[in-house]
Structures are given as C-alpha cells and as structure tokens.
Design a protein around this ligand. Structure first.
Ligand code: SAM
Length: 250
C-alpha cells in the first residue's frame, strides 16, 4: 500500500522549503498540486522531476477518489498547494478523510502556515485562539458568522484578500467595537513583511479614503484580540440589571 504525504511549501520565501519537503517531493511517485503552473516553479528551483497532477477546489471529490485508488495500488503521493499548509484554507481536507476511510496512511511534512505564523508575530494573546479562515461572501452567512464572533474571548485569526480588507474591517468593527485591538500581518517572509497593530478605529481612519486604501497591497492575515473576560462580565451584569424582578427570579 502506498502513502499520502501532506507537504507544506513556503508562503513567500523559498528558503523556508525544508530539506525533508524537497526529499519527499523527489521521492514521491506523484505530486498532487493545487495549481501545476505555480508548483512547476518550485519544482524547477529545487530540481524535482516528479510527475504532477492537478488537485484543486473544483475536482477535489473525484480527484480524491482517484488519488486514494492510486495509493491503494502502492503509489506514494505528495500533496502541495500554492503556498503553505495543505488542507488549511486550501485543498486537502477531503483527500485526507477519504484516505483515512480507505485505511491509507496519511502523514505530514510540516512547514509554513500563514495563520500560525501571523499569530506568533502579531503581538496579540496567543494562549487561546480560533482560526476563522475567510469570512463567507454570501451576505446572510457572513452576518451569521460575524454575530458568532461577537462574544468570542479567544484571539481570532482571519484570512482576507487585499481588495476586500477595508470592507471586512468595517464589518468586523461594527460587531466587535471600534476600540478592539488587532494586528494586520502582511506579506510574511517577503520583502514587505509588516505587522501593524492598533484599534479598528485606527485602521478605519487610515483606510477611510482612496489614498489610504491604495496602501493595502499584498497578502494579509488579521489577528484580532478576543473580548476581555472583564468586558464580557460587565455586559452580562448590565443585561441582568435590565431584567424585571420577575425575570431575575426565573
Ligand atoms: N494554506 C495556506 C496556509 O497554510 O497559510 C493558506 C492559503 S489561503 C488560500 C491564502 C491566504 O493566506 C491569503 O489570502 C492570506 O490571507 C494568507 N497568506 C498566505 N501567504 C501569506 C503571507 N506570506 N503573508 C500573509 N498572509 C498570507
């Protein structure tokens, strides 16, 4: 029986490619890549000649079956995405499930992940956190997700595309309050890597006009402080004080 390797690749700086990642890709029978045109550059750089097949969002179910079948026949398959950790806001999740269901061994070659890297450098509390990936685009689903974050006390990590950042910040500020602290972590491991810290109010002012929004370039992770326990308790006490005496008893 073959095996499936999830192989993390750099999120910007090619030197972050681990020696084990290179060896695994070289020795695999097949590389399943999110975008073969993108991954070919990585393979050329590291002189990896392994055959590739595409495995992306749109063929993930049929392709997962095919890859599991090939693993059952003895092939070793390495899975990579365009950047970072497979299966984290990227293809891989379905394949892992199918492979485990079929009794195929799945193993990991760990490496960069934008979410965890951003959290570590963000300056926000790291003890407890939740990963929220990208907020949904559908209006109703987005509202539901935002509301679910209102009383979140853990640090929240979100991905966002640059052209949607200003709008997402405004919507989050509405729910979490303009005073809440956050970090915008940008272009990790690249030339313009930057961590900016401040309140929603600070960022909303900064990106309020065209000139400000023109500064939003590159890849971003939002790392937002959770609601403080003190704030949560104060709000609960306030809500309790608003109840009628009969409701207090109930
Ligand atoms: N699987 C990837 C990982 O492990 O980080 C995430 C893929 S997701 C489709 C792409 C998003 O990750 C971007 O929109 C951005 O929010 C974040 N991202 C990826 N590379 C980044 C970098 N170098 N700096 C900051 N954020 C990055």
């Amino acid at each position: 029986r073959g095996k499936i390797y999830l192989v993390a690749t750099p999120i910007g700086n090619l030197s972050d490619m681990s020696p084990r990642a290179v060896a695994t890709l070289r020795e695999a029978d097949l590389i399943a890549a999110e975008d073969t045109r993108n991954t070919i550059k990585l393979l050329n750089h590291f002189e990896i000649r392994t055959h590739m097949t595409s495995y992306h969002e749109y063929n993930r179910t049929e392709k997962a079956y095919e890859l599991v079948r090939r693993a059952e026949q003895g092939e070793t398959i390495a899975v990579v995405t365009d950047a970072g950790m497979p299966a984290i806001s990227d293809p891989g999740e379905v394949l892992v499930r199918f492979a485990l269901d079929a009794g195929i061994e799945v193993t990991i070659v760990p490496g960069p992940c934008a979410a965890v890297s951003a959290l570590a450098v963000s300056g926000q509390p790291t003890g407890r956190f939740v990963f929220e990936a990208f907020l949904p685009q559908d209006k109703k689903e987005r509202r539901v997700r935002l509301e679910a974050l209102r009383d979140e006390t853990r640090t929240m990590i979100l991905y966002e595309a640059p052209h949607r950042l200003a709008r997402t910040l405004a919507e989050l500020a509405e729910v979490l309050g303009r005073q809440r602290q956050l970090s915008l972590v940008r272009e990790l491991t690249k030339k313009h890597e930057e961590v900016q810290r401040g309140s929603f109010s600070h960022f909303l002012q900064r990106y309020a006009d065209e000139a400000g929004r023109a500064e939003i370039r590159g890849e971003y992770v939002l790392v937002i402080a959770g609601k403080s326990e003190a704030e949560l308790r104060a709000e609960e006490a306030e809500a309790f004080a608003d109840l009628t005496p009969a409701e207090h008893v109930a």
